[in-house]
Design a protein around this ligand. Structure first.
Ligand code: ADP
Ligand code: NI
Length: 217
């Protein structure tokens, strides 16, 4: 099968997998990340086919979408094999999506340029106005409050279990993850946009706490 035909089929497959997600990992998140990754890839000279497939599949090996990382990876690999993706490309895509997620900061750095590109695209979608919207959507979907002044953000590195299942709030997530992202971007394009989106989130938080204080007067 030609690469273009594989991409068209991959889009259909991935869209089906994400159709019941209301935690900010919906199909539009995948589309935005894929489009951003393609833009960065032009500048960084990545392998477009690997970048696009890895971007499309990047959230499938995740318990949120597939029940468990293992189940998700199995599904991805079955699909890639059945659709004629080459063995070396399958290996690279695996390396990218298993290294991808933040998981409280416990993962190894990305080794390939394609991986760095997709990771930056995913991180950019966690920042700015869209990042804010996704954080509140995630919190609503998981039953977390918007904010609780009696629940301070967790500082320092966390185990994966604490990061994913410990008690938190939407506002705390900014301090536990989102505000750290700008310093871990891989590419020039990623760094520049991350900086702008970071500043926008800082303004949002300032206004949020201002309004919170005003209600206490
Ligand atoms: P990844 O998909 O890279 O593994 P996550 O699923 O942890 O990363 O985060 C994706 C997005 O989901 C975050 O950018 C954020 O908007 C939202 N999110 C994840 N965990 C939380 C949380 N504990 N509280 C609020 N939002 C969260
Ligand atoms: Ni993602």
């Amino acid at each position: 099968m030609e690469n273009n035909a594989i991409i068209i089929r991959a889009r259909q497959f991935v869209q089906e997998q994400h159709q019941n997600d209301y935690s900010g990992h919906d199909w539009w998140h995948i589309m935005r990340v894929t489009d951003t990754a393609k833009i960065i890839s032009v500048q960084e000279g990545g392998n477009d086919f690997v970048v696009e497939l890895a971007a499309l599949m990047h959230d499938l090996a995740d318990e949120k979408i597939s029940g468990s990382e293992k189940e998700g990876l199995k599904k991805v690999n079955k699909w890639l094999k059945e659709n004629g993706v080459k063995e070396d490309e399958i290996l690279e895509i695996n390396e990218i999506i298993t290294t991808m997620s933040f998981k409280g900061g416990n993962r190894k750095p990305m080794s390939t340029i394609e991986g760095k590109i997709v990771q930056d695209a995913d991180r950019l979608d966690a920042l700015g106005a869209i990042g804010i919207a996704r954080t509140f959507a995630y919190s609503g979907a998981k039953g977390q409050p918007i904010y609780d002044p009696e629940l301070p953000p967790r500082v320092g590195s966390m185990t994966y279990k604490d990061y994913r299942h410990g008690k938190s709030t939407a506002i705390n997530h900014f301090y536990e993850k989102l505000l750290k992202l700008k310093d871990s971007m891989n590419t020039e394009y990623g760094k520049k946009l991350a900086e702008e989106r970071h500043n926008y989130m800082m303004q949002f938080l300032e206004q949020f706490f201002l309004e919170w204080k005003e209600s206490e007067k």
